[in-house]
Design a protein around this ligand. Structure first.
Ligand SMILES: [Cu+2]
Length: 297
């Protein structure tokens, strides 16, 4: 696949040089080995010769590999340096990784579950995680960087052509890791400015559940993922386990609020304690809005 970022060619150069060298050495060594096997087989050479130092050979097999690995280092370093030098005028995007979804936040506060970027402009990424280690991986850009809870990692890229590029989580992060997918959409700069400027207002309804990552585990259509569905939840009677004791509850506002802030206090029977507490992730207004959405489902 052709690279689609300003530095993807540098990464490919290092990769092709290392791969090419390895293939040539493999073929060369295998050929020499087979030749020696035949040439010095026991039936023709019953008595092995004792061979002592050969300065020319020893110098060669020290110097040549050293040059080869130094060239490998050079290509790797040249590409790495470009990837670490974030252009100062780059547009800032905060990447929020969580089990098992991505949210991208722009400087003006706009949020999106797909990374929309302008083609031909540098984009600087501030990578964060609210739970476990994830890894932001866009193969077409030759870009992979970890999202680590408790710190912000940095990376950047500049898309060189319009298109949609796969975005994966490349660090195993639990049961639905393989579903932690999204897209980078690089679009003409003018279209991007329009998109960014459009104020969609605060996210509403089920879009809120998508932006906050709830639908990575819960569904709104009644089907079962690894968490109970939201459909028909409000007002229903459920069995929950509190401190190891089962009890019946009716799902009301107060219960939902508690389930969001401190999900593991009352575990819905038959489910595991997989939900990350949302205490620091949601504002009170967002929780109120979510409760309103859940009532309607
Ligand atoms: Cu992940």
């Amino acid at each position: 696949m052709n690279g689609a970022s300003s530095y993807s060619g540098l990464v490919d150069k290092a990769f092709i040089f290392i791969l090419g060298t390895s293939v040539l050495l493999l073929i060369g060594l295998t050929a020499v080995m087979i030749y020696f096997l035949v040439r010095y087989r026991r039936s023709k050479n019953p008595n092995p010769a004792q061979i002592a130092d050969n300065v020319t050979l020893e110098t060669l097999w020290t110097v040549l590999p050293t040059i080869l690995v130094l060239v490998m280092f050079y290509y790797g370093w040249a590409g790495f340096k470009v990837m670490r030098d974030i252009p100062e005028d780059a547009m800032q995007v905060t990447v929020k990784a969580q089990m098992w979804s991505w949210v991208f936040e722009y400087e003006n506060g706009k949020q999106s579950t797909e990374l929309i970027v302008p083609t031909g402009r540098p984009v600087s990424l501030n990578l964060t995680s609210s739970d476990v280690i994830h890894s932001f991986f866009v193969p077409a850009f030759r870009l992979k960087e970890d999202c680590v809870p408790g710190r912000t990692n940095h990376a950047w890229f500049e898309a060189t052509r319009d298109g949609e590029f796969n975005l994966f989580c490349a660090e195993y992060c639990g049961e639905r890791h393989s579903a932690m997918l999204s897209l980078v959409k690089s679009i003409p700069a003018r279209e991007f400015d329009e998109w960014l400027g459009v104020d969609t207002g605060p996210p509403e309804g089920t879009r809120l559940l998508t932006l906050k990552g709830c639908v990575a585990c819960h569904t709104i259509d009644g089907s079962k993922l690894i968490a109970p569905t939201f459909k028909g939840m409000f007002g229903s009677t459920e069995t929950v386990v509190t401190d190891g004791v089962s009890r019946q509850i009716t799902v009301d506002e107060e219960y939902i609020r508690k389930s969001i802030l401190d999900p593991n206090a009352d575990l819905v029977e038959g489910y595991q304690a997989l939900m990350p507490p949302q205490r620091d992730l949601l504002t009170d207004e967002e929780i109120d809005a979510i409760i309103e959405v859940l009532k309607e489902l």
